[in-house]
Design a protein around this ligand. Sequence first.
Ligand code: HEM
Length: 491
Amino acid sequence: MSSPDAISPPGKSRTSGATGWEALIPLDWDRLRRLTNEPVPSHLKRWWFSLGGTPAYLFLIQITTGILLTFYYQPTAQSAYESVARITNEISYGWFIRSIHKWSANLMIATLILHMLRTFFTGAYRHPRQLNWVFGVTLLLLTLGFGFTGYALVYEQLSYWGATVAANLTESVPLVGPPLATLIRGGPEITSATVTRLYLLHIGVLPALLIGALGLHLTFVRLHGVTEFEFEGSPGAARRPAFPFPGPVLAVVTGLGGLLAVLAAVSPAPAVDLIGYRLLPGTSRFAFLAIALVLFGGAYWLWKGRVGGLLIFLAAAVLTLAKLVRDLLLHEAANPALWLALTGGLLAFLALALIFHRRFPEEVRPDEPKSYNFFPDHALTELLIGTTLLVLLTLLALIFPAHMGVKANPQVTPDHIKPEWFFFFQFRLLKMTSLHMSVMLTGLILVILFTWPWIDRLLARLAPNRDLSVYIGIVGFLWFLTFTVWEAMVH
Ligand code: HEM
């Protein structure tokens, strides 16, 4: 016989004690609150340590802007280029959505690399989190897949020939390479079928795989909890980060950013040609240098956890707003009042969040609690990061809008083939070795990446107290950086 509680009298629900919306959605709210509100360690207050949220947030932006782009994009060789041109030049705010999609993709890959560096150099992949590192590497490859297929969809000269090089590389993978290349191309040559297949990969297969892998990744983060670290002044925590981040690496990254800005400013080619820069007609390259340095300074400060960095972004947002208003008044017919209200709301939120958030500590203070609640504390941190990213993306889309190259011409090989920056490493490897050798080396790097947690364990057994993994990581990352910057500098 069932218990009297199991069956509710007619007209009465089991949550009849609850009121308002809690009765409307009859879940066990207390249990849900406990499940979702795990205490988060204090060090996640720093962006560096909670960087994983950033690619997740950017992925949401990709889905939203991507859906809008599919309304107008046509995946055939005959019409792909023209449809992108229409989005860029004719559809209301098409240029803006496309630019945000492009910048968000780039930032997603950049922040993924940073998240990976953070987990690597803090040893967060070690037992029991090895599987989550493997899911992470899978996520990185899937995201690169998005980058590649998306670039190819524009069907301009560079993306067409980039796809050709990628197809040749795939073809020379032993055993699986030739059938895989034929499958993706839809035959022996790149044709209209290739564009359609890459489109399906980009909007169907890859998103499904990425959402699945992300689900696993986040479930494991939740099951294990994030690694707890011991910082100066925080007694009793489990581990010390393997490497004193963020200081040295951020200094290198900022320095490199500044160096690139200086090179762009003093290079004989006008900055306009170099990076498609157009802020205002006739702006000198020194203005570009100034903006780049201010933004790098801001980003550095922000990473260091200083409020000054946010203020720089706020100032940049005000400038962006001024430019936005000017553009709207001069060129666009759509509703400027709505845009003004939205941007104003965004800025107000950023300012308010900043005031109420209060905590951007440089050091862990002795009185700082070891952990805090996910809601509302960490959710607010994530929201603040998300809003800052929105401002940054708007700024980038306005100052460096996505432009179009020449339409693909299968008969004419361009003088200089260039992939997107995240494949520069790969491309340099290809130029410096042979097709087969670069494929073998890439395979080897992938195997090392996937099995790294176990290699690390072996190294720790062979040479305890030597921190070999840290040095291997530094050499590996510098190799990646050198090849990337090198390829960026040459034709
Ligand atoms: C779309 C891609 C990814 C997303 C959205 C993501 C998201 C996250 C989030 C939210 C966390 C919690 C802690 C934090 O915010 O840092 C995390 C932790 C972690 N992630 Fe990722 N991740 C991604 C890719 C990667 C990659 C490429 C790797 C490495 C190859 C990786 C390895 C890890 C590891 C080892 C942890 C545990 C960190 C700890 O315990 O301190 N993830 N990830």
